[in-house]
Write a protein that binds this ligand. Sequence first.
Ligand code: MTE
Ligand code: MO
Length: 373
Amino acid sequence: DPYANDPVRHKALKVKRNKPFCAEPSPPLLVESFFTPVPFFYVRNHLPVPEIELKDYTLELAIEGTTKKTLDFKALQKYEKRTVTATMMCGGNRRSEMSKVKHLEGVQWDVGAVGNATWTGVRLCDVLKDLGVNEDAFNHVQFDGHDLDPSGMPYGGSIPISKAMDPKADVILAYEMNGEPLTQDHGFPVRVFVPGVLGARSVKWLSKINVSKEESQSQWQQGDYKGLPPSTTWDNVDFNKSPAIQEMPVMSAICDPQDTDKVEIKNGKIKVKGYAWSGGGRKIFRVDVTNDNGKTWHTADLMEDLQTNEGRHWSWTLWNVELPVDNKSKEVEIWAKAVDSSYNVQPESFNHIYNIRGLLCNAYHKIKVQLKQ
Ligand code: MTE
Ligand code: MO
């Protein structure tokens, strides 16, 4: 069993798949704190977790496949230490809701394939500058992980070089999460962290960085993590026709209460909590919540955003709202939608954004709760 040496995980994580390990925290737990405690931070592995000793760790730096330099952990740490506070979200977060339109393969994520943390390490732009990379001569920066598939191919992904070399894009080669060394599941000893982009490009157990004219040729860049059209089926799919997903769209979710919960009414109102986030460093301007199918909308209170740098709102926004409810009704349906700083809004339903990979699942979040009378 190639998974026999996988680490032990916290009991609070709800296991979605065991081999490879995929798990998420419960939604109410998720919105208890701005920083997601590492033991509750979702895990998305595609392969067995590699065991790497710090003293054996090496990071290869290459240009068009030719190795230019190899750094050990100490050499990497010589670059200036930087910290970024940012949210990571899986491209398949909330897939289980899209699955209700039509059956979907893939991990059936609820709303918890997301977390917010501090990521500490060195800036990718500093390492690339030191390598003498000329940004204009290349298009992409590719990352490989130390985790290998049965044929010996590593997990991999790439980002545009403009992002990789922009100091304001805050791309980090992270060795700490929330101030502690990375855990085995989250990429020990070093992972890339790319703010504002789907989790798939934040390659864990980083083994190699390759600067290239081309995107990563990895399965996860070329044959997955792309936004496919709604009518595409597994019989006619052509992954070459759709670009790889990078920045994520605007998203929100109700986390507390959860669907089917029994909820207490206080002074004619019920309390609702959730998160909102958008990719590309876009700020959350507003979260609108309704409990009468959109006849009346209530503006949620947004938890203060710690980041003030324009265009670098990497962290999620937690929100809460008190909704007035009719004392006579037994059940209420609650919808939430967010608006980001480009005034992008979420689509109303999953019907028209359905795609066979179940990615970019950002329709209004809709739940039904029972009222305790
Ligand atoms: N990196 C490697 N090497 N192997 C992986 O399986 N999964 C990716 C990304 N980086 C993955 C990886 C995906 S799809 C996501 S959503 C994030 O890691 C999840 O990171 P986490 O497990 O630390 O939450
Ligand atoms: Mo993911």
